[in-house]
Ligand binder design. Sequence first.
Ligand SMILES: Nc1ncnc2c1ncn2[C@@H]1O[C@H](COP(=O)(O)OP(=O)(O)O)[C@@H](O)[C@H]1O
Ligand SMILES: [Mg+2]
Length: 228
Amino acid sequence: MIEMHDVWKVYPNGIEALRGIDVKVDQGEFVYIVGPSGAGKSSFIKLMYREEKPTHGVVLINGVNVKRVRDWKIPYVRRRIGVVFQDYKLLPHLSAYENVAFAMEAVETPKREMKPRVQEVLELVGLGDRMKALPSQLSGGEQQRVSIARAIVNNPTFIIADEPTGNLDPENSWDIMYLLEEINARGTTVVMATHNKEIVNTMRQRVIAIEQGVIVRDELEGEYGYED
Ligand SMILES: Nc1ncnc2c1ncn2[C@@H]1O[C@H](COP(=O)(O)OP(=O)(O)O)[C@@H](O)[C@H]1O
Ligand SMILES: [Mg+2]
């Protein structure tokens, strides 16, 4: 479960990106975060995986106050959280296999457990036959599937995605959404910031709308609600 209580994020330049966020996301939910550019969606997402700390207020991830987590323990908190970015953020000199294995090495998984698990998740995302390819040899949709494999390899309780379809064409976007839906159906909570109106209005999940750092709408089976 993720909980935020009166959370503010004020950057050093004085910008108040989040202003008094109260929210709870339960295990197993699928949540879209929508809102105009600059609304605070990415800041909200970054607080959820402890990339940023709140300036004020409390963020609890599975009951743990992220402000109190010591730096060396962050990989262990993040083990419970898989993160997916718009620009994939794969390591360019590593193969698809190595990019996924790297996430398991970061949490000191025994070597003999790694190989079968990396193969399993790459097969799950449909890349069982591209494991040796470098990111530059893969399409955008394939790179995003590697990044999803990397996000799920440590069996996280959450997947947090910041505009994961933002660089993809509609067909690849839908492939990514079906994958996230399947991962959610297996019990993983998914929180996804998006500008994709068609996807939000078709998949009908919980929608949290943020404007100017404030939650202005929070609906089960919600709609995108913006013209852009
Ligand atoms: N690291 C940062 N330093 C200073 N200002 C930032 C930083 N990150 C975001 N902002 C500002 O905070 C506001 C919210 O940004 P962001 O969370 O990225 O919104 P969104 O993802 O909805 O576009 C914007 O005004 C943005 O310029
Ligand atoms: Mg953003």
